[in-house]
Design a binder for this molecule. Sequence first.
Ligand code: AMP
Ligand code: GLY
Length: 423
Amino acid sequence: MNVLLIGSGGREHAIAYKLSSSKNLTQLFCMSGNSGMKGLCELVEGSPSNFATVLNFCKENNIELVIVGPEQPLVDGLADFLIENGIKTFGPTKAGAMLEGSKKFSKDFMLKHEIPTAKYKTFMASTDAKADLDNWNYPLVIKASGLAAGKGVIICQNLQEAEKCIEDLMDHKIFGSSSDTILIEEFLEGKEASLIAFIDGDNFLLTPTSRDHKRLGNNDEGPNTGGMGAYSPVADVSEEIIEQVKTEVFEKVLSGLKKDGINYCGVLYAGLMLTKDGPKVLEFNVRFGDPEAQVILPMIKNDLLDLMLACCDKKLAEQSIEILPKSALTVTMASKGYPQTSSKGDIIEGLQNFDDKQLENGDTTIFHAATKCENDTWQTNGGRVLYVTAMADNLESAREKVYQDIEKIKFEGSQYRTDIAKK
Ligand code: AMP
Ligand code: GLY
């Protein structure tokens, strides 16, 4: 079977890596993929935002499945368009993608279907939002409703900060139209964890637990980023918590989607806060986490293509997920200036140490994101450059392996955390 993967990040490199061992895969193409994926797929020119280009490519290359990695094309309706044109697509349609595309939609959905989440209120005018600020305890959380590349969540410690934040978002539009609507939310305390499920519209299957590290610096200091490292599984997410999340979150999401007439095929990511009152949903994403995918996918024993096809064909009930008794860990290497800016063209040295390495063999593997290869020389090409990833019998060994090997990779201004999965 010929498959087209859409997306360019470390998540898509990890998807391609995992698909490469799928028994029914004939040829894998990737539209907008990065140079690091070259050994696993054929890179295809073209922008996924041009739906007609995607469809033409599918027709010309006998593509039987399209896998959409990132959220933007899903929110824009790429899955709807491809399905209408007879192309099987892994990833929700526009209606389902609203769970990520609109935080207002997502919170209203959770409220309606009694899914545990923080108290919230939505506002469409800055004067109304500011007038409500006296009714909240501090800290409080202010969120842009629309997609804001992971930057649209601000924690405010006091009234002054909250007023300024509302003005920045709604009057000065620092994140553009994504904050035409904003949410004020109760601040939740606890540890965070991610639980990601495959969904076929009727059934779901959970993948291993994972934890991202969103702040730039060690000890969770510094600005929020797309994610500076992740590990799986997470010891403090007990079987009991997983059961609670199954019944209180995923079962309710599925029945809620059905009640609302939304057929959902793909993955659903629940970002959770483990509070003293039980797990509560911080956010939904309609795709794999990045960098969570880099640690979750290698831990799944199943054939990934089979799982994805089962989602599209509503046959997930016939599958079960087998998880390797291992731990995986990934550390993000980011370029100079990230996350405020990023740097391109810095030479990356040491990548030859990792050619053709396999996680299953205990080797460290590099998942690329913002890299470029010109005349056999690797260069940085954006913010989160690459992910150094290992899998071992336990978390400590995976950690040791990653931090031993990360020193072999060098580029000007590189930034990475040295405390991923450290207690
Ligand atoms: P989100 O994009 O909604 O997941 O938010 C990004 C990050 O902001 C989360 O990973 C949390 O660290 C933090 N956050 C979001 N909502 C809340 C909340 N209600 N209480 C505390 N922290 C939050
Ligand atoms: N790692 C968080 C995300 O993918 O949104």
